[in-house]
Design a protein around this ligand. Sequence first.
Ligand code: GH3
Ligand code: MG
Ligand code: MG
Length: 368
Amino acid sequence: MRRPLALMLMAQLIYLSNAALLQWGVSLKLFRPGLVWITPLLVAGPGLFYALARSGWSARLKEPSMVMAQGLYCALLTVLVYAFSHHDVRGFILCILPLIIMFGQFTLNGRQFAVFTGCTMTALTAAVLVMRRFDEVPRSLSADLLELVYVALILGTSTSIALIGANIRQNLMASRVELAEALSRVHALATTDALTGLANRRHMQDLLAEEVKRHRRLGHPLCVALLDLDHFKRINDLHGHQGGDEALRHFARTAREALREIDVLARWGGEEFLLMMPATSCEQAMSGLLRLRQCLAAQAHPPGMPDLRVTFSAGVALHHLNSAIEHTIDLADKALYQAKAEGRNRVCLAPQAPGASAEATPLAPKLA
Ligand code: GH3
Ligand code: MG
Ligand code: MG
């Protein structure tokens, strides 16, 4: 809306200078005295359009910038001024008409331009006919006809040029939209794992770096967990590689539903996943993973794989302010190793204080 408002202000300036020039013309007796009644319309009309747009009232209209209405208003005023002018100044009054088309080129389409030109030509023809009746010394018919044809030619040409400009702008805009879509596709390809739709490892590294900065600034707890699907080789052997892929997708879908929105799960590699849990204590992290285990156990099997059973083992670690995130992931990996060693399908918590016992703490019992 900022551009239409700027254009409206510019139009107002043109209207004001026109009003001043016409007053001058009236004082020089170049126009009929009745023109003084039209001059206030040159100030009031654009002021009203500006107020309607500025107040937001025009937002409810199909065309909130009201370009068509403004164009028609200006064209009809021009024809009125033309009707009140004497022969020797009539010509230049019509110079304003192509200017209206220039204002319309940002908004109007070909059909609207045709309506505008049709209305303007009809009003102008009517004015010429009325003036032929009321002029003390009427102009020759051929002069009137020539003028009408000339104006129609100028309006038609201005419209064609405006439409070519609008077409170029539309093409530019379409290329810009295509480019933005291509960029977002490239971004999705660069950040998403194609099989599961989760964040990929590289994207997760960026997200972790960002989250660590936030963690340093705000001091809220940050937990990471490494999850590894149990006996995945067996799933592949039983259901084939395609079945294994479906099991990975099934796990990703379930995890997205079970985890909170602020948690980010990424495919870290193969059948291993990294879960980042911002603003989360160890207890909350453990209960979140427990919830995921329960959801996975309760989840309907993917179609065609009724005997598929997907479980995971996980290691959870709390990130400490002064340690590197790689170190925290390492701790989670050690806890995962312990979860595997203790029989799988469980979650282990890495020792919390740096320098504390290297033993991880198994918290969640194996599901029956
Ligand atoms: P564990 O419980 O100890 O983790 O046993 P596991 O069989 O899951 O572990 P292992 O590391 O021995 O095997 C992982 C298997 O996962 C081997 C590999 O072929 C399979 N795998 C890795 N990525 C994919 C994938 O994208 N699709 C499929 N179908 N299988 C994959
Ligand atoms: Mg595994
Ligand atoms: Mg593995």
